[in-house]
Ligand binder design. Structure first.
Ligand SMILES: NC(=O)c1ccc[n+]([C@@H]2O[C@H](COP(=O)([O-])OP(=O)(O)OC[C@H]3O[C@@H](n4cnc5c(N)ncnc54)[C@H](O)[C@@H]3O)[C@@H](O)[C@H]2O)c1
Length: 254
């Protein structure tokens, strides 16, 4: 699938300190990409960069708060200083595993605002910062991480589901605006995925119910999501843009 050119590319992954973002960092590192692992959790992302390096990959850790424009611009600058370019952006960071599931009328408004700001505005700020570099090269891949919570209409996560639906709309409109610049913009919609991070309000019964609804009835792991990210980052996906790829074991369909 990979061309010799694409293995030289720089991939920027937000939310790489843990969970699925960490799996993307490992996968791209193992494939020979130059990885920039970004997170607000500086200690966690430094550990992930060390893990990727220990496996023979190239990876730098960069601190970022995606909801803060100057922090995002600093991160962009640090990546350019280290690698001289930035080709692929995986907008994976989000407020997610720390959220409590609850009826929407019980979600505090400050939590609603924060989730919308980080998950939606944060994604926009990252794209805005990296766009000039991609435009200059007339090549870019933007991969926005949405969620199959949107296609499920998953209850008790209204701020989160709404933010991830916005990411799909943003992906489609950005694709239209950036296609002429050689930049594709696509979304991945993961199903409920088990990571090393425990989630206090997700019960074993909920998990079993989701598994039972899948066409492929088993747990979803971070490694189930890395292949589609590699494909969307590659030259081979060049005529695919604005799309939403659901990776949930066939639970939901577009
Ligand atoms: N795990 C799942 O079941 C699942 C399902 C569908 C979609 N997703 C999406 O996949 C992505 C990764 O999921 P995960 O399970 O690994 O999530 P997670 O909550 O374990 O990790 C999110 C990461 O983002 C970082 N982050 C949060 N706010 C940030 C900010 N302002 N700036 C920079 N970094 C910030 C956190 O520090 C953390 O390392 C998220 O976008 C999530 O919404 C996850």
């Amino acid at each position: 699938m990979e061309t010799s050119r694409s293995v030289q590319r720089v991939v920027v992954i937000t939310g790489a300190a843990q969970g699925i973002g960490r799996a993307y960092a490992h996968k791209f590192g193992a494939l020979g990409y130059k990885v920039a692992a970004l997170d607000i959790n500086t200690e966690g992302v430094a550990n992930v960069a060390a893990e990727v390096q220990a496996n023979g990959g190239q990876c730098i850790a960069v601190a970022v708060d995606i909801g803060n424009e100057s922090s995002v611009q600093n991160a962009h600058q640090k990546i350019l200083e280290a690698y001289g370019q930035a080709d692929i952006l995986i907008n994976n960071a989000a407020i997610f595993s720390t959220l409590k599931m609850r009826p929407f009328e019980e979600i505090p408004m400050d939590e609603w605002t924060k989730v919308m700001h980080v998950n939606v505005t944060g994604t926009l700020l990252m794209v805005k910062a990296f766009l000039p570099t991609m435009r200059k090269n007339n090549w870019g891949r933007i991969i926005n991480i949405s969620s199959a919570a949107v296609t499920m209409g998953r209850p008790h996560y209204l701020h989160y589901t709404t933010s991830k639906a916005a990411v799909i709309g943003m992906t489609r409109s950005m694709a239209k605006e950036l296609g002429r610049d050689g930049i594709t913009v696509n979304a991945i919609l993961p199903g409920a995925t088990d990571t090393e991070i425990s989630r206090e309000t997700v019960t074993a019964a909920q998990k079993e119910a989701q598994i039972a609804m899948r066409s492929i009835p088993r747990e979803e792991n971070p490694e189930d999501l890395t292949g589609v990210a590699v494909f969307l980052a590659s030259e081979d996906s060049r005529f695919i843009t604005g799309q939403s790829l659901i990776v949930d074991g066939g639970l939901t369909f577009l």
